[in-house]
Design a protein around this ligand. Sequence first.
Ligand SMILES: C[S@@+](CC[C@H](N)C(=O)[O-])C[C@H]1O[C@@H](n2cnc3c(N)ncnc32)[C@H](O)[C@@H]1O
Length: 242
Amino acid sequence: MRVADEYERSAEFIDVMIAPHWAVLGPPLEEALRGITDPVVDVGAGGGHGTRVMAKAVEAEIVAVEPSPALRSVLMARVNEAAELRDRVTVLPEGLLDAELPHRLGAVVAMNVLGHFAPADRQRIWTLLAERLVPGGRAVLNLQPPTEPATVPETRSADVRLGRRRYEGWGRAEPAGPDRITWHMTYRTYHDDRLTDEVTASYDWWVLNEQQLTAELAGHDLKPARTGPAELGMYLIRRGDA
Ligand SMILES: C[S@@+](CC[C@H](N)C(=O)[O-])C[C@H]1O[C@@H](n2cnc3c(N)ncnc32)[C@H](O)[C@@H]1O
């Protein structure tokens, strides 16, 4: 089953605006995946910045799951242009829970994506990890702020220049329930500093804090441990018996 493309309007900006974040996320992710030889799943791979990090970190097969047709186009182009990706990255167009994944998994990576999954769907992800991770296998994910349903004032999150054009990404959020927020994003394009275009997009995001994550995982005999610089909110998850 294909899911609605929440990124249809913003895809052209997302990949270039998320690139600087990957300069910071890449090294700890690479470190967290060291030693993995079984297949790795990139959950919501986007344009593939993380996929590229995974390919550098491991020699294993990579399954990049990306339901947004717009972002998947970027991903396919990125995979196709690099020999080290083309030979072992399989791109799947379904949502994670509808994708046909390998039965034994070395790692599942869910960066900048967990908020797309409702609590019941998170449970299905934890079940997948408990059932399919090989001994020594792991999941790596991040919890992005806010981890509570709080209001986030309008903040500029990106400022990228390409040729004569400059692209700004702005975001604000408001609570949309006891464990959910709605993000309102605005993408502005300037040509020689003249505003030429403005695109807005909104999406729901399920929030989760460390305590809740730990409690949910415990129900599946999985344990999280912080990894990487604290401000990145990254967790390495292993089976309780590992
Ligand atoms: C903020 S982007 C992050 C992309 C990438 N992980 C990165 O960090 O560069 C979130 C991604 O999750 C994807 N996504 C949303 N729902 C999903 C689902 N049910 N299964 C897999 N991916 C999903 C979106 O299409 C989008 O590419």
